[in-house]
Design a protein around this ligand. Structure first.
Ligand SMILES: Cc1cc2nc3c(=O)[nH]c(=O)nc-3n(C[C@H](O)[C@H](O)[C@H](O)COP(=O)(O)O)c2cc1C
Length: 192
């Protein structure tokens, strides 16, 4: 069983994962990237289909070309490495979840090595051009790129605390969460 001190350290590590969008110059050792991919490979997926491939982009010019494409990834060009997720795109609902899981694991494994990361999405025509650039067949999905590099910034703190809902459901359940969308009427601020 995990020692409580270990648990505290691991929970802090998980809680502290933040997006890093500005990077110091400096290469990431190949064995670190291999370690990150090994964690990605072990990520769970619906029906254990592992519907992904990872394209690791080391080349600076290709990174710059990719991060100029339509989407929200432009500020990532400063990363040392990009990992582009190529999804099989045969089971859309399941794979959307799988894509999120694997991308979070990549970021966590990177953070374990002191490497910062952030997700950038390609949108619209940016997805097609990214596929062409990386020789990915057109039926696949290329939406998510994760840039990796040694952090040059400490992201500002800030996150709403969890709020616990009451009186909305039988005693056997608790609704808890945060949302920037309009909260449901039952959500009240209460201690756990
Ligand atoms: C599905 C998804 C897509 C995202 N796409 C982008 C993106 O295209 N560009 C970007 O800068 N950040 C992107 N992010 C990062 C979020 O903006 C970020 O996680 C959020 O602002 C919280 O900040 P934090 O990660 O530092 O805690 C994405 C996050 C998720 C979960």
């Amino acid at each position: 069983m995990t020692d409580l001190r270990d648990a505290n350290a691991i929970v802090s590590f998980l809680r502290e994962l933040r997006s890093v969008r500005r990077f110091r110059p400096g290469a990431i050792p190949r064995r670190v990237v291999e370690d990150i991919l090994e964690v990605a490979r072990w990520s769970g997926s619906a029906m254990n289909l592992q519907p992904w491939e990872f394209v690791v982009v080391w080349d600076r010019r290709t990174l710059e070309d990719l991060f100029r494409l339509e989407g929200y990834a432009g500020h990532r060009a400063g990363g040392a490495v990009g990992i582009v997720l190529v999804m099989a795109w045969e089971r859309i609902e399941q794979e959307t979840f799988d894509e999120g899981r694997v991308s979070e694991r990549i970021s966590l494994a990177a953070a374990a090595h002191g490497v910062g990361s952030s997700v950038g999405w390609f949108t619209k025509g940016g997805r097609d051009t990214a596929k062409k650039t990386l020789s990915v067949p057109p039926e696949r999905l290329v939406r998510t790129a994760i840039s990796l590099g040694y952090p040059e910034e400490t992201p500002p703190p800030g996150r709403p605390t969890l709020q616990q809902g009451r009186n909305h459901s039988p005693a056997w359940s608790t609704r808890i969460g945060t949302t920037k969308a309009r909260p449901t009427a039952e959500v009240r601020s209460r201690p756990l």
